[in-house]
Design a protein around this ligand. Structure first.
Ligand code: 5AD
Ligand code: FES
Length: 347
């Protein structure tokens, strides 16, 4: 009963205290999670209806200058076959995506100095010339405010930058010394101020994470008021320092998806590929827990296997059209519809 009262309180847009978050996250039962999921789904239905938005994900480089302990494409992983897509290849992905009904393209890559601002500007302009009605989302990591501004002025609409954890000490356990939570948060605030639709997010069950850190993640999300929040389970990758760490759970990920929907009602919330990786029905369950976005892969099949942030990633062998059809079937099976729209944040 007490837990449901906390969920109700969150729904009434009341701020939970840290110890209330911790109680909720440590003491919930599957019945409580079901209660939250139902509420979350009703809220999403009321704002976004039965529509689920798709984003075509183009993983254009797996070179990265960073060395995050959890990530499979960290610079010290010698077992990665590194690749970079050309602008022409990216545009071909967009052509294919447009035909398949995608109206948002997400350019995601490691932090790769090979591509400079001018290169991104030209790429953004070319995509927008070809498809003026599409939205462009960037996911390029930490950059200067000036760089974010230039890419926004070139036509980028949205930016994804997971904060990974809102706790300084925890951040230090997931990243090498040269990376700082303060910078990460500053990037997010800059992106917001510039006018991007901004997405933050974190991994559920990352090493050393406790309910106290998750409580801080929820508090940070509430402060930032992002337009999107990407969360998925942590999944170990064999060549990283966290190879032997435990995977995040389905239950906790779904519960957090619901809590984020209940707290930040209008947010665009993906049922992530990582969620689909730890359970064959993970993405469907994510939608039923309150998510309203899916981000299928649009990268050329020849490189998909090489963009492995974690092990057992799904959809590495399928063509874009296969994923599109698969997603359609999955979403229809639970009573929702994939729509061919930009899918902007609804105020
Ligand atoms: N397991 C799950 N998610 C991961 N990411 C990186 N490595 C892993 C992993 N091992 C997530 C990070 C990053 C996003 C692109 O992918 O949260 O921000
Ligand atoms: Fe890629 Fe199902 S979404 S095969």
């Amino acid at each position: 009963m007490k837990l449901r009262e906390l969920i109700d309180k969150l729904e009434l847009e009341e701020v939970l205290r840290k110890n209330e978050w911790i109680t909720l996250l440590e003491e919930y039962t599957e019945e409580d999670a079901g209660y939250a999921a139902k509420k979350a789904r009703l809220i999403a239905d009321k704002i976004y209806g039965k529509e689920i938005y798709i984003r075509g994900l183009i993983e254009f480089t797996n070179y990265c200058k960073n060395d995050c302990y959890y990530c499979g494409i960290r610079r010290s992983n010698q077992n990665v076959d590194r690749y970079r897509l050309t602008r022409e290849q990216i545009l071909e992905c967009c052509d294919k995506g447009w035909e398949l009904g995608y109206r948002t393209f997400v350019l995601q890559g490691g932090e790769d100095g090979f591509y400079n601002d001018a290169w991104f500007e030209e790429t953004i302009v070319r995509i927008k010339e070809a498809y003026p009605e599409c939205a462009i989302t960037l996911s390029l990591g930490e950059r200067s405010r000036e760089s974010y501004q230039r890419l926004f002025d070139a036509g980028a609409d949205r930016y994804l930058l997971r904060h990974e954890t809102a706790n300084e000490l925890h951040y230090g356990k997931l990243h090498p010394e040269e990376l700082h939570l303060k910078n990460r948060k500053e990037c997010l605030w800059n992106l917001r101020e510039i006018g991007y639709q901004v997405g933050c997010g974190f991994m559920v069950g990352s090493p050393y994470q406790t309910s106290a850190e998750l409580a801080e993640d929820m508090e940070f999300i509430h402060q930032l008021k992002p337009h999107m929040v990407g969360i998925g389970p942590f999944i170990p990758q064999a060549d990283t320092p966290f190879a032997k760490e435990a995977q995040g759970t389905l239950s906790m990920t779904l519960f957090l998806v619901s809590l984020i929907r209940i707290m930040e009602k209008n947010v665009l919330l993906p049922a992530t590929t990582a969620l689909g990786t730890i359970d064959p029905k993970g993405r469907e369950l994510g939608i039923l827990a309150g998510a309203n976005v899916i981000m299928p892969n649009l990268s050329p099949v020849s490189v998909r296997e090489k963009y492995k942030l974690y092990d057992n990633k799904i959809c590495t062998g399928e063509e874009a059209a296969e994923c599109r059809a698969c997603i359609d079937r999955r979403i229809t099976s639970i009573g929702y519809n994939i729509v061919s729209k930009r899918g902007d944040y609804k105020v």
